[in-house]
Design a protein around this ligand. Structure first.
Ligand code: ATP
Ligand code: F6P
Length: 485
């Protein structure tokens, strides 16, 4: 990542990380600020970031190097994957160090810069995110604003946007580069891979993107936005197959399911008022019947159809256990990977949902009316839930879930409509395993934001910076104490 403070680098880093992890890519964020807080301490004022503060410069470099070393060790252990090195990396010199270190270890680098000259947005970011940062624990908001603006001013003095060669046109208000950028050995940023997201995507600059993964990331970055919006999910109302605990099929709603469909417009109106909304359904009868009374534009997606149970479509779990005992047992062993004969696995569903997720990122208010397995996959994307837990998430019938965006993640509020429905959740048979070996530990911020899903009355969970106390940088180094402010 590259950019001045409060430009959404960490926000973008965790979003990309969630997206890639959901697609099955080994991914981890290394946040240099976390290293600084652990190694030098939080609550340092703006003078620590002054480019004239020589002692602090040394310390900041050491923190950056330690994060980089941990990242290299992680690559060695993980063999492949994407690490997001989240710091300001605001000078060519620093970026050259990253490029050179990575080159020595055979790691491809793509710089991702967030550039923004919208002062009001930057102030909003400080107000919303930085004041709850451990850097400003107990500090009043006026002081936070003042100190953080000074921190930004220090960085601005030395900031060099990525790709600077002295010839490209500058965006309005962009800090001009010196007329002839000094050669930094042979490091020429025209030759490196980078993407610059300018003013939250009003303009994107893409340079030398070379690989499939890089282009996926660029495409994702082009689609994400930060405009406030609501995303709602609901399963279809109870179906005739649900009553018999049958899988799949294309049944209609049960009498209670129809009552849910009738009650749904009232709840959505309460949640959204007169805001506009687009409703996405699957191509199956039960979702269309559920959405029928919703007075909004509708779109049906084949990709939102329920997981295809293949040969087992139309059977109950008991039928499957009796008629296909081996498959039944195999599904319990690894539910995420298990593919029904002639049907799909949860992994297959995740992959077919990727365009839905991309479109969801681009859109404003959306309500999805879909199915148990599909909504588990979508839910796991937003809440950063791994393949072990994903297929067992509780997505109850007759409940609307509303996503609320927080600093670096999402929370979910659940609204249960009081109309009886059967429970189609089948619990995980064995004791849950801990984090699978191939999945990196969730970064502290994201971990703090995770919530277990349980049917509940409307609830709001506030954002938190509750950094996991057990988390430690993997490399240790004694640092000199910071100079007095
Ligand atoms: P720091 O360098 O201090 O760590 P940062 O650049 O990592 O700051 P974040 O902590 O990620 O900034 O800021 C989060 C805020 O940035 C959120 O409120 C989010 O809405 C906003 N944001 C997200 N994307 C962008 C963007 N492209 N431009 C500006 N702000 C953004
Ligand atoms: O039982 C309802 C249902 O939507 C079925 O159509 C589908 O096969 C099943 O849930 C998916 O849930 P699980 O993966 O837990 O069997």
């Amino acid at each position: 990542m590259v950019g001045l403070p409060a430009r959404g680098k960490t926000y973008i880093a965790y979003k990309v990380s969630r997206y890639l992890a959901w697609l099955g890519v080994n991914c981890r964020v290394f946040n240099v600020g976390e290293y600084r807080r652990k190694l030098v301490g939080a609550q340092l004022d703006h003078t620590f970031f002054d480019p004239r503060n020589k002692a602090a410069i040394e310390q900041r470099l050491k923190c950056a190097q330690m994060a980089l070393q941990d990242m290299i060790s992680w690559f060695k252990a993980a063999h492949s994957g994407v690490a997001i090195y989240d710091g300001t990396n605001s000078t060519r010199k620093r970026r050259k160090m990253i490029q050179d270190t990575c080159a020595q270890h055979g790691i491809d680098v793509m710089f991702c810069e967030s550039w923004c000259d919208d002062g009001e947005l930057v102030d909003l970011n400080i107000r919303e995110v930085k004041r709850t940062s451990p850097d400003y624990k107990g500090v009043d908001i006026a002081k936070v604003m003042e100190d953080f603006r000074l921190r930004i001013a220090h960085y601005s003095e030395v900031y060099e946007p990525v790709g600077g060669d002295g010839t490209r046109p500058l965006a309005r208000g962009e800090y001009p580069l010196p007329p002839t950028a000094p050669a930094l050995d042979e490091y020429d940023e025209r030759l490196v891979t980078y993407v610059r997201k300018i003013n939250v995507g009003a303009r994107m600059v893409i340079n030398r993107v070379a690989s499939y993964l890089q282009s996926r990331i660029v495409y994702f970055l082009m689609n994400i936005h930060i405009a406030p919006r609501s995303v709602l999910f609901s399963r279809h109302g109870e179906s005739l197959y649900n009553l018999d605990q049958r899988l799949g099929g294309d049944p209609s709603l049960s009498p209670n399911g129809r009552k849910y469909a009738e009650a749904l417009p009232g709840l959505i109106e309460k949640l959204l008022g007169d805001q506009s909304l687009t409703v996405w359904t699957s191509t199956m009868r039960r979702t269309a019947e559920t959405a029928a009374g919703l007075p909004y534009k509708k779109l049906s997606w084949k990709a939102l159809d329920e997981l295809d149970a293949g040969l087992c479509d139309g059977l109950t779990y008991e039928d499957v256990e009796r008629e296909y005992p081996d498959e039944y047992a195999m599904r319990d062993e690894n539910k995420f990977e298990f593919r029904y004969r002639g049907g799909e696995s949860y992994r297959d569903v995740v992959l077919r949902l990727e365009p839905v997720i991309m479109e969801l990122e681009r859109q404003q208010n959306i309500m999805i009316v879909s199915h148990q397995a599909v909504l588990r996959c979508i839910y796991a994307y937003f809440l950063d839930i791994g393949p072990e837990e994903l297929p067992y998430l509780k997505i109850p019938l007759h409940t609307v879930m509303k996503l609320t965006w927080t600093a670096y993640g999402c929370d979910v509020q659940m609204y249960k409509i009081d109309i009886d429905a059967v429970d189609t959740h089948r619990a995980k048979p064995k004791a849950p395993k801990t984090t699978p070996a191939n999945r990196p530990p969730t970064p502290p911020h994201v971990r703090a934001l995770k919530r277990e899903i349980e049917p509940a009355s409307p609830s709001a969970v506030s954002d938190t910076w509750d950094v996991d106390e057990e988390w430690e940088p993997e490399t240790r180094l004694e640092l000199p104490t910071p100079p007095p402010a």
